[in-house]
Design a protein around this ligand. Sequence first.
Ligand code: MV4
Length: 456
Amino acid sequence: MFKKILIANRGEIALRVIIACREMGIKTVAVYSEADENALHVRFADEDVCIGPARAAESYLSVPAVISAAEITGADAIHPGYGFLSESAYFAEVCEACHIKFIGPDPQVIRLMGDKARARRVMKKAGVPVLPGSEGVLDSEEKALKVAQEIGYPVLIKAAAGGGGRGMRVCASAGDLGQAFRTAQREAEAAFGVRDVYVEKYLEAPRHIEFQLLGDHHGNVIHLGERECSIQRRHQKLIEESPSVALSDKMRRRLGGVVVDAARAVQYTNAGTFEFLMDRDGKFYFLEANTRLQVEHPVTEMVTGIDIVKEQIRVAAGERLMFKQSEVTFSGHAIECRINAEDPDTFVPSPGLIHVFAVPGGPGVRVDTAAHSECTISPYYDSMIAKIIAHGRDRQETIARMRRTLEMTVIEGIQTSLPMHLRILAEPDFAAGKLSTAFMSRFAVSPRTRTLAQAG
Ligand code: MV4
């Protein structure tokens, strides 16, 4: 087992990894930018190294800075958390070359899943259902037109290097395909430096459901069920839950088996998430795979009782998964609300000093946060302040638990998305489990109050 792990991240996820390491008796190294000198991840790590200025490009995203910190402190592994370097195949390769274990899948698997068109092709071959679409990337409008003709409109043009909603263009008819194709290529080039795009049938208002996977280096792969993440706006998830009301036990077993087989086929190791869209007929289509620990992993931990971060560390060290599929059981229901520092009406980020921060605990409540009273939410990083996770016997009890927790949460000094979460939880459609990626459009900001920052 590792003796010392460097955490190449900040905020709540850095704390989450430190928590797992402490319980496993592993020493920790925090890295931090000049903006994070007083952050809790620095306080709770056994050692800490300042790796650069506030700008992430010069600190948390700097491969030489992070690797140097690991070498200086003698860390034998790096946990990348989410965001930053977590899905960089290059970073994983550099770690390997430096004999530092990267706690995540192998670089080849990260690279495969990073190319969405290739991932789609490989998953289809492995028996995972995908949406009708192109076989791979399309190098001309003519070819795109031909595919669109075959699968029928509307279609979605997606960047092969994209994901998370960046570089996508909906196209309603042949008349606007040329324009959409060229725009998508240009946006892909600008955002990722790669202009490759592919085409898929466009699904209107689907559910977004993802499966959590774990794999070890002994050929074992298991799934930990699904999370429903349909409540999002602008590709930022706001609320996640497990299980999804849209899945029966039978469907979970069936689809879980399909995902596990596909992961085995690509020799997937460590933690991963396979994202699906579900249409109104209950049919599932693979979207993309995320090769990192995800923000919403706690809802899965709450219903399975499995510590995903500890399993990541164990399998990276070459150990076997602690659980067989038959030992994975699901208990109750869990919901996570991501509390952001933002104006609850306009969604504009609201960084600054938090004077008072208090979240009641109580039965079935977990709070993952690096915030505290008199802490500062920096404008340099993402605006998530805390994840509040409620677990209950069933969905109804969980919702009641979440509502009482949010009502009794005090965050003073900055604006937060707490009121928005309470509005969502009060929606009859939410209580009824009638969710889709279009759910949040009912809270649309009127064009008059929209700011320039939001207009994109
Ligand atoms: C889609 C889609 C509809 N049809 N693909 C958005 C993020 C990226 N992972 C893929 N996304 C979508 N792909 C087809 N063929 C709708 C979305 C989508 C979405 C997906 C998941 C969660 C929220 C979303 C919000 C808007 C659009």
